[in-house]
Write a protein that binds this ligand. Structure first.
Ligand code: ARG
Length: 264
């Protein structure tokens, strides 16, 4: 009798665990819907950029288009601020977070990441003539970052005085503020820094400078909800194929961005 009771208890416990586990998105789910809904903050060129005509283009849009073709579904893009992307995935509102997202231990608790497809780093941007010339000069200084990014957590860990902005362009513009809102440097991922600074410098007299000191290593990947294991396995196979056959490198080349391959 005792044994039977123990068995029933074990069974109930096992069923509860299975029932409570994260459901995630399956390959069958998206194929049934006919689309993969991607959540993105399109203020991160060359990865995703909102153009004047309302279209969203960039390296990650190109990669996701190919992934969707191979999965036999349409790509649907939903835009939002960066700090809403991962919460939206966790809540099951979208299928995949695609936003130059760096894989971190902390984020892995709330999302299932694909294998990384590239590596980036944090960079320091200052105005021309600034007396900040290297990372050590940032001690005790005020820096701008985008809210919810790894730049924000990194700068906080370093003990800098951090000013966070929801929009990346506002973090950039903070470099030109005076008085209370003024910042000494802007910290942002290197490839986006290169792209945004190039555009800015072409359009303005005052110039921005990227310091030659990459900080941190940022593996970028796509974020699905926990439990989306079969779909992520499928996407990982596609990523491996696109890295191996040079497709991803070619997409970076076409966007004038240097490519650093992760060793997955
Ligand atoms: N790689 C950084 C992070 O994961 C910044 C990403 C910002 N992305 C964006 N689309 N604005 O936190």
């Amino acid at each position: 009798m005792k044994k039977l009771f123990a068995l029933i208890l074990a069974l109930v416990l096992a069923l509860t665990l299975v029932g409570c586990g994260p459901k995630g998105t399956s390959l069958a789910d998206i194929q049934k819907a006919g689309e993969l809904v991607m959540a993105t903050s399109p203020d991160f060129p060359p990865f995703e950029n909102l153009n004047g005509d309302g279209s969203i283009t960039g390296i990650e849009v190109d990669i996701l288009q190919i992934i969707c073709e191979k999965l036999g579904v349409e790509l649907k893009i939903e835009t939002m601020t960066f700090d809403s992307v991962l919460p939206g995935i966790k809540a099951g509102k979208y299928d995949v977070g695609v936003s130059g997202i760096t894989v971190t231990e902390k984020r892995m608790k709330n999302a299932l990441f694909t294998d990384p497809y590239c590596l980036a780093a944090q960079a320091i941007v200052v105005t021309e003539g600034s007396d900040i010339t290297c990372k050590a000069d940032l001690d005790g200084k005020k820096v701008s970052v985008q809210t919810g990014t790894t730049a924000e957590s990194f700068c906080m860990e370093q003990g800098y005085e951090v000013s966070s902005f929801e929009a990346n362009t506002d973090a950039q513009n903070a470099l030109f503020r005076t008085g209370d809102g003024a910042v000494d440097a802007w910290v942002i991922d290197d490839l986006t820094a290169a792209d945004m600074v190039k555009t800015y410098n072409a359009e303005h007299d005052e110039q921005l400078v990227i310091l030659d000191e990459p900080m941190t290593t940022e593996p970028y990947a796509f974020a699905f909800s926990l439990g989306s294991d079969d779909l992520v396995a499928e996407v990982n196979d596609i990523i491996a194929e696109l890295i191996a056959d040079g497709t991803i490198k070619a997409i970076f080349d076409a966007n004038n961005a240097p490519y650093t391959q992760p060793d997955n």
